[in-house]
Design a protein around this ligand. Structure first.
Ligand code: DOR
Ligand code: ZN
Length: 354
């Protein structure tokens, strides 16, 4: 049996949610990642230092017994009311990054940023304190086709942000296009990107051919196969500007399988295994460790993990459904409200965390 031992990876972009959901999402991530960048799009959103530190405490209280070194890295949700003073306060409290959602771009982003240029004093403070800017890079204008929104964001905003703030560390989150990958490659060492398993594994045919597949629906939406191939080539190249960020984003089954289904793929229980399979299929398994365990901490200016994990080449099947914590009755069939359909449900994977 082939095995693969790598430094313990981190997940540089995911959604834990809040409340009881933490009892599901935190153990799932802590099983194989040491750190995780926790997105702030809660209801209400995590808009200041105090809310962020309270959220961190709630995440920590959901870490399973016996896991001693898991570290959530909470983030601030930028709004038009965010001040440079709040950035300084957050930075002093150890918050390493803030998230820019264009208002309306995705789940719980309505309270986010309208008029990105008005945030320039905030970006200035971030550049000064060394706080990272994490960007959901899609425009939201109705007349822009959903498949073109990432490229349009580069042209309308991102080019200016990176040239106006040359020493602001920017992570272009969950990139989905060749345009985004080419853009990041052309920038200085202050610009990097995360890539999800779904955007490496799938293209828009996997969302739309043969019927709508709501569990493959996420934002930014899956693109055509030439973009998927460009992302695959990018990670196989081993460029240190690209690292692991699952965007694992749970929604209850009934909210995905709905007339107006939520965006998000819940991949935490199979995350490292999915990436291992993709890298292996690309003939680039030797590049997995850099992507999963080295380039993220290097870019964030944090130490690499010293521990290791081992993956074994051993077939298993992703479960069809996951029961949420605190399901009331165990002898009835699981209600859709109490269940999550994980990403890649019912499909075989070749690698498994030992
Ligand atoms: O698919 C997504 N789901 N994309 C996002 O940007 C947000 C996330 C969520 O919070 O559900
Ligand atoms: Zn996300």
């Amino acid at each position: 049996m082939r095995t693969l031992t790598i430094h313990t990876p981190d997940d540089w972009h995911l959604h834990f949610r809040d409340g009881d959901m933490l009892l599901e999402t935190v153990p799932a991530t802590a099983r194989c990642f040491r750190r995780a960048i926790a997105m702030p799009n809660l209801v209400p959103p995590v808009t200041n230092t105090q809310l962020a530190l309270e959220y961190k405490a709630r995440i920590l209280s959901a870490v399973p017994e016996g896991v001693t070194n898991f570290e959530p890295l909470v983030t601030l949700y930028l709004t038009n009311d965010t001040t440079p003073e709040e950035i300084e306060k957050a930075s002093n409290a150890g918050i390493v990054a803030s998230k820019l959602y264009p208002a309306g771009a995705t789940t719980n982003s309505d309270a986010a940023v309208k008029g990105i240029k008005s945030l320039y004093p905030v970006f200035e403070a971030m550049q000064k304190t060394g706080m990272l800017l994490l960007i959901h890079g899609e425009v939201t204008e109705n007349h822009i086709d959903i498949f073109d929104r990432e490229k349009a964001f580069i042209d309308a905003y991102l080019n200016d942000i990176v040239s106006d703030f040359p020493e602001l560390k920017v992570v272009f989150e969950h990139i989905t296009t060749k345009d985004a990958s080419d853009f990041v490659k052309a920038q200085s060492s202050f610009v990097a990107a995360t890539i999800t398993p779904q955007h490496l594994l799938l293209n828009r045919n996997d969302l739309l051919v043969g019927g709508v597949k709501p569990h493959n629906y996420c934002l930014p939406v899956l693109k055509r196969n030439i973009h998927q191939q460009a992302l695959q080539e990018t990670v196989a190249s081993g460029s240190p500007k690209f690292f692991l960020g699952t965007d694992s984003a749970p929604h209850e089954k009934h909210k995905k399988e709905s007339a107006c289904g939520c965006a998000g793929c819940y991949s935490a229980w199979s995350a490292i295994e999915l990436y291992a399979q993709i890298f292996d299929d690309l003939g680039a398994i030797d590049k997995l460790e850099g992507f999963a365990s080295h380039y993220g901490p290097d870019f964030y200016g944090l130490p690499r993990n010293q521990t290791t994990i081992t993956l074994e080449e051993k077939e298993w099947t992703v479960p069809d459904v996951i029961a949420l914590p605190n399901v009331k009755s165990s002898n009835q069939s699981l209600a859709d409200e109490d269940a999550i359909v994980p990403f890649f449900a019912g499909q075989p994977l070749r690698w498994k965390l030992a």
